[in-house]
Design a protein around this ligand. Structure first.
Ligand code: HEM
Length: 373
C-alpha cells in the first residue's frame, strides 16, 4: 500500500491511521512527496499561502499543454492562484450557493432512473452533469450531449490517461467551448444562475468565463458520482443503517466524511515555509490526505464509527481555505435527490458488484449486475 494506491483500495483507513501515527506530515521517499495525514497538518497545508495548487514550472501538465484541454485547464480557478482564481470564483461561487434544493429535486425527478447497474451508472455519472446543464439553461438533449463530452474532457485531469483519451479530451474541450459560446449568445436564455454569474464576472476574458463554466461540469462529474456510489456501497455493506428515506441527508453527510469520493489533493511549495515544525523548501510536493484527516480522532470523536446523527461532524472532503469547494451544497442536493430516486425503485443492492475507477485520488465505484445472491 502507498498513499496513492490507498485511494482505490478496499479499505485504506487502517493504513491512514498508521500514517497519522508516524507523524502528521512525513516524507514518503518512494513517491518523493510529503504526505499530510493528520487533521492539523492537512488544515495547515490548505491554509498556507505558499502551498499552491500547481507547480510554478508547470502550470499546465506537459501532456496536455499543446491542446485545447490544456487551454481550458490553464484558466480554471481550481488550477490557479491570485486574481486568476479570485476573479472566476467571485462570479461563480455565490450562484452555486444560492441553488434551491427543491429545484434540483425536480430536475433529478424528471430523469428516468432504472435500478440495474446501467441505470446506476447513468444516475451517478450522467445525471449530475444534466442537472448542472439544466440550471445553466440548456435543453435536456444538450445536457445529455454535454455530460458525454464532460466524460471525455475529464480525462485531461488524470495523469493515468492514455494518448487516445487525451486526444478525445482536446476534441471534447473544443466542443464544450462551442456549447458555451452558443449559450452566452442565446437571447432566450433565462437561467438566473447564468445571468448572476455574468453580472458578477467583471475583469476576466470570455475564454476565462467559458473555461470555468466547463470547470463546473468537470468538478461535478466524478466527485458527485463518487458520493452517490459510496452511499450505495454503505447501504450494500450495512443495509439497516438507513431506516427511512427522511434520513438520506444524514446518510450522505456521514458518507462524505467516512468514505469520501475525493481522497486526496496536492499542493506545491513555492517558497520556503514551516508546517507543523517541519521545514519545507521551494519545489516540494505535498500529498494532502483529506480522507485521513476526516478519520483523525483530533477532528471527530470515535472517527471510525459510522453515525448518522454524529454530533459536531467535521470534514475535509470538500477541501478548506481559499480553494474550498464552492459546489458542496449543490453536490449534496444532487446526491440526495438521486439517492431518493434510486431507492424508490427498490434496487436489489446485494446483486451488485463493484470496482473503483482507476484513479490517483478519486474513490468512485462503478457497479455491475454480476454478483449472485
Ligand atoms: C461530492 C462532490 C464533490 C466533492 C467531494 C468536491 C470536492 C472538492 C475539493 C476537495 C475541492 C478543493 C480541491 C483543492 O483545494 O485542492 C473542490 C474544489 C472545487 N469544486 Fe468541488 N467537489 C464536489 C462537487 C462539486 C460540484 C457539484 C461543483 C460545481 C458545481 C464543484 C465545483 C468546484 C470548484 C469550481 C472547485 C475549485 C474551487 C477553487 O479552486 O476556488 N464541486 N471540490
Amino acid at each position: 500500500m502507498d498513499p496513492i494506491l490507498a485511494a482505490t483500495h478496499a479499505d485504506p483507513y487502517p493504513y491512514y491511521a498508521q500514517l497519522r501515527a508516524e507523524g502528521g506530515l512525513v516524507f514518503h521517499s518512494q513517491l518523493n512527496v510529503w504526505v499530510a495525514s493528520s487533521a492539523q497538518a492537512v488544515a495547515a497545508v490548505l491554509e498556507n499561502p505558499v502551498c499552491h495548487v500547481r507547480p510554478s514550472n508547470e502550470p499546465v501538465p506537459h501532456a496536455i499543454a499543446n491542446g485545447m484541454s490544456g487551454k481550458v485547464f490553464g484558466q480554471l480557478m481550481r488550477m490557479n492562484e491570485g486574481e486568476r482564481q479570485r476573479c472566476p470564483r467571485s462570479a461563480i461561487a455565490p450562484g452555486l450557493k444560492g441553488i434551491d434544493a427543491q429545484e434540483v429535486e425536480a430536475l433529478v425527478g424528471a430523469r428516468l432512473i432504472t435500478a440495474d447497474a446501467a441505470g446506476l451508472y447513468n444516475a451517478m455519472f450522467r445525471g449530475p452533469a444534466c442537472v448542472m446543464a439544466a440550471l445553466l439553461g440548456y435543453s435536456p438533449a444538450q445536457g445529455r450531449a454535454i455530460s458525454e463530452l464532460t466524460r471525455d474532457f475529464v480525462a485531461c485531469l488524470s495523469p493515468l490517461s492514455t494518448h487516445t483519451q487525451l486526444t478525445a479530451a482536446h476534441t471534447a474541450a473544443e466542443q464544450l467551448s462551442g456549447y458555451f459560446v452558443e449559450l452566452l449568445e442565446d437571447p432566450d436564455n433565462h437561467s438566473p444562475l447564468l445571468s448572476g454569474i455574468r453580472q458578477r464576472f467583471t475583469g476576466g476574458t470570455p475564454e476565462m468565463l467559458i473555461a470555468n463554466l466547463i470547470g463546473l461540469f468537470s468538478q461535478t462529474f466524478e466527485a458527485t458520482a463518487g458520493l452517490i456510489g459510496n452511499a450505495i456501497l454503505t447501504l450494500i455493506k450495512n443495509p439497516s443503517v438507513l431506516r427511512e428515506p427522511a434520513q438520506i441527508d444524514d446518510l450522505l453527510a456521514e458518507v462524505q466524511r467516512f468514505d469520501p469520493p475525493v481522497q486526496n489533493t496536492r499542493r506545491f511549495v513555492v517558497a520556503p515555509c514551516e508546517i507543523n515544525g517541519i521545514s519545507l523548501k521551494t519545489g516540494d510536493v505535498i500529498l494532502v490526505l483529506l480522507a485521513s484527516a476526516n478519520r483523525d480522532p483530533q477532528l471527530n470523536n470515535t472517527p471510525d464509527a459510522f453515525m448518522l446523527d454524529r454530533p459536531n461532524r467535521r470534514s475535509f472532503t470538500f477541501g478548506a481555505g481559499h480553494h474550498q469547494c464552492p459546489g458542496q451544497n449543490l453536490a449534496l442536493s444532487i446526491a440526495s435527490a438521486t439517492l431518493r430516486q434510486i431507492l424508490k425503485k427498490k434496487p436489489v443492492l446485494e446483486r451488485l458488484s463493484w470496482d473503483y475507477r482507476p484513479s490517483l485520488n478519486g474513490r468512485v465505484p462503478v457497479f455491475s449486475d454480476t454478483r449472485q445472491v
